[in-house]
Structures are given as C-alpha cells and as structure tokens.
Ligand binder design. Structure first.
Ligand code: APR
Ligand code: PHB
Length: 393
C-alpha cells in the first residue's frame, strides 16, 4: 500500500502528527504495538504547557481539555518547613499550565483520528522499517487479520518511544547518546482524595522529594521519591500516606486527605537522555523515541507535542512547494528546545531530590538555591518561564 507518511507509535507524538498532517491534507497510517485500551488507560504525567495547549486547541483537539482541564497559575515549592509560591501568571505576563492527564489527551486524539476516518491500527506487534536512506522507505507489519503488509512511504515517523524499533534502525555510528541516570525513582499513587491545594506542591525534604499533583479536584496524583527498584507491593495506602505526612511537616502543616488508591501504585524511573540527530534519511524521530526527561519539570509530553508540530509543518512545506529546507533543519530546530527542557528538568530534579552522594555542604547549597529561586524575582521568573514552556519555534 502507498501512503505518504508511515507513523510508528500511537502515543501523543504519533497521534498528534497524524492529526496535524490530516489537517494539512496529508494522509498517514499509524501503527501501534499495544491495544487501544492499553494506550488510553496508561497513567502518565498530566501538565500541559501554554504553547502545547494552544497547539491542541487550535488543531481542534481542545474541547474536553478546555472543559475539564484545570488551569494552574502557579506552583508551591516546600522546603525547610515552609512553603513558597511561584506565581506564573504574574511572572510570565499571564501564562500558566493546564493539568489534564496524558491518557485523556491520547483518548481525545484517538477519537479525533477515527472520527476523521484516519487509519490507526492497534495490536500490531511486528513493525519494521526498511530503506530509510532511500526516497521510498517502507514499513512492514502483520495486520490484525494476520496478513503481511508493506507501506511504501515518502517519510517514516518514529514516534515509538524509548523501547521502539525506529531508532535502532538507524546505523549506530550516526547517533550520539547523552545520558544521566538518577539513583532514585518516583512511587506514584492515584487516589480518590481531594487535593490539599488547588495548585501543585513540590517538596524538598530530608526524607526525600514528594509531589502533590492531581487529576481533578477529587482525584490526587501523588509521588514520593523512592529507591529505583522499590517494590510498590510493599506500600499499603497507609504506609504511603504516613510517609507523605512526614515529608510535609513544617510551619503550615499540610494534612492531605487519605483517599483509597484507584490503581496499583507504580514506580517511575528517572533518566535524562538525548539521542542526536533526530533524523536519518527519510526517518524522523519524535518524542520519547529520541529524548527522555525526568518528570520533575513535567516536560515529556510537551516536548513530543513541540517536535511533531515542527515535523508536520516541515512535511507540509515539502508537499506544498517541494522545499526540504525545514525537513533538513528539523533535528536542529527541535534539539535547541529539547536541550533547554533537558536542562530545566535536570535542574528541577537536582534542586528538589535527596542524593546519597551529596555532602552536607552541597545539601546547604540546595536549600540556598531554593531560597534564592523563591525569593528573587530573577530566580522565580526563570523557573516560571521554563515551567509554562519556552516558545515553540
Ligand atoms: N511498534 C509499534 N508501536 C510501538 C513499538 C513498535 N515496535 N514500540 C513502541 N510502540 C508504541 C508504544 O506502545 C507507545 O504507545 O509507541 C508509543 C510511544 O508512545 P509514548 O511512549 O507515549 O511516547 P510519545 O508519543 O513520544 O510521548 C511522550 O509519553 O512516555 C511519555 O513521559 C513521556 O509524556 C511523554 C510522552
Ligand atoms: C503529574 O500530575 O503526573 C505530574 C505533575 C507534575 C510533574 C510530574 C508529573 O512534574
């Protein structure tokens, strides 16, 4: 079968790319290894930057987001027994973020693609890509009826996450990876519990980091810094809430509501990683397939959205006037923004977590940094500007 763009992966990157291309009159096929239910049910982060929100709304994907998303005009940083607010709206000229779960974004994207007659195939376990150095790259797979299929494409988009098959299809000598591992993870709970505040609270505590987030005003999403190999099974709800209480001690003691878990607790691994370049021949990588951030800055999905907004424009320009100028600059344009988000996510992670190898001197520096960031206009302006999201190019 002939199709202009073959897309591997139905996460936010692949689905949004397919949707944006459709709006530009360019048809694509999306192939996903997992089931639709799995994709729609996977709990991931839930903070959408101002620019990413604009992309979703302008492309017609924002109806439910506008209705159900929670606009947040700031966050609190809690350290040394006190809480300090960063006022995004005041510091960025009216910008903020929207709290709306990634799986809700994915549901909206799948619904829009299917309503428009888009070609999205789930449960496709054996996708492979071929001939990416040629002008007719191919994607092979077995369809749900068990028939071998071949898509003959102009472009292939690798939106298949860190464990996908697209990046490994590029000769390894072409790629350079930059990586930092963190020796901790996040133990997460999704609970039927009213949030203590209507904004997120990031906590630096000697017992470890904590984050109080939410999915609605009745559902809390809360994380505790834990060992990378922590066994969630060892954490009863009571143990989780007791530990959270300990990390919230201070002058204005916060007592979160102890709701029941809505799902098994999960452990998120923390990693900073970039693989460059993001393109080889006619294969273009986007989202987690080519960069990962630790979740402290809430940037993962936002970066995926920014990548495909550039890629869809580059592909559209190619079909409009044959120009490869934007396609040739895709990697360079995206990586400029990616690296700034990597820096911000690394910085937030470093400032807020406990590190086993930090000396008492470095621990005092961490608290001084938090004090500076939350008390100086220049310091808080920089955090706010990055958190609401740097401009889309
Ligand atoms: N064939 C087909 N699909 C695949 C394959 C494969 N071989 N390998 C992986 N996939 C699918 C995964 O099942 C997943 O649904 O690719 C999709 C990748 O989606 P995401 O992991 O959501 O990545 P992305 O779209 O880049 O979005 C980035 O997701 O992981 C979070 O924190 C991250 O929020 C960020 C966002
Ligand atoms: C979440 O709500 O899941 C969330 C919020 C903020 C983060 C990370 C995750 O920094």
């Amino acid at each position: 079968m002939r199709v202009r763009v073959g897309i591997v992966g139905a996460g936010p990157a692949g689905l949004l790319l397919s949707h944006l291309l459709h709006l530009a009159g360019i048809e694509s096929v999306v192939l996903e290894r997992q089931s639709r239910e799995y994709c729609e049910d996977r709990v991931r982060a839930g903070v959408i930057e101002q620019g990413a929100r604009d992309v979703l709304i302008e492309s017609g994907l924002g109806e439910r987001l506008k209705r159900e998303g929670l606009f947040h005009g700031g966050v609190a940083l809690r350290f040394a027994g006190q809480s300090r607010r960063i006022d995004f709206v005041a510091l960025t000229g009216g910008k903020g973020v929207t709290v709306y779960g990634q799986q809700e974004v994915v549901k909206d994207m799948i619904a829009a693609r299917l309503a428009a007659g888009g070609h999205v195939e789930f449960d496709v376990p054996d996708v492979s890509v071929h001939g990416i150095e040629t002008t007719q790259p191919k994607v092979r797979y077995t369809d749900n009826a068990g028939h071998a299929q071949e898509l003959v494409c102009d472009f292939v988009a690798g939106c298949d996450g860190y464990h996908g098959i697209c990046r490994p299809s590029i000769p390894p000598e072409v790629l350079t990876a930059y990586e930092r591992q963190y020796h901790f993870g996040w133990l997460g709970i999704l609970a039927q519990a009213r949030p203590v505040s209507d904004e997120l609270i990031y906590v630096n505590h000697p017992r470890g980091f904590a984050l109080l987030s939410m999915r609605s005003m009745s559902i809390g999403r809360i994380y505790l810094q834990c060992k990378p190999d922590e066994d969630p099974e060892e954490w009863s709800d009571d143990r989780f809430w007791d530990e959270l209480d300990r990390r919230l001690e201070g002058v204005d003691v916060v007592k979160p509501e102890r709701g029941r878990s809505l799902r098994p607790k999960d452990v998120t691994q923390m990693r900073s990683w970039v693989s460059e370049p993001m393109q080889y021949g006619r294969l273009f990588l986007a989202g987690d397939a080519t960069h990962i951030v630790p979740p402290t800055g809430a940037k993962g999905m936002n970066l995926a959205i920014a990548d495909v907004s550039v890629l869809s424009r580059a592909i559209a320009a190619f079909y409009e006037n044959g120009s490869t100028e934007l396609l040739d600059r895709y990697s360079e344009i995206c990586l400029r923004r990616v690296w700034k988000a990597e820096r911000f996510s690394w910085w937030m992670t470093t400032m807020l977590h406990q590190f086993d190898d930090k000396s008492p001197f470095e621990q005092r520096l961490q608290l001084a940094e938090l004090d500076y960031v939350t008390s100086s206009r220049a310091g808080s302006e920089s955090l706010a500007e990055n958190y609401v999201g740097l401009p889309f190019e």
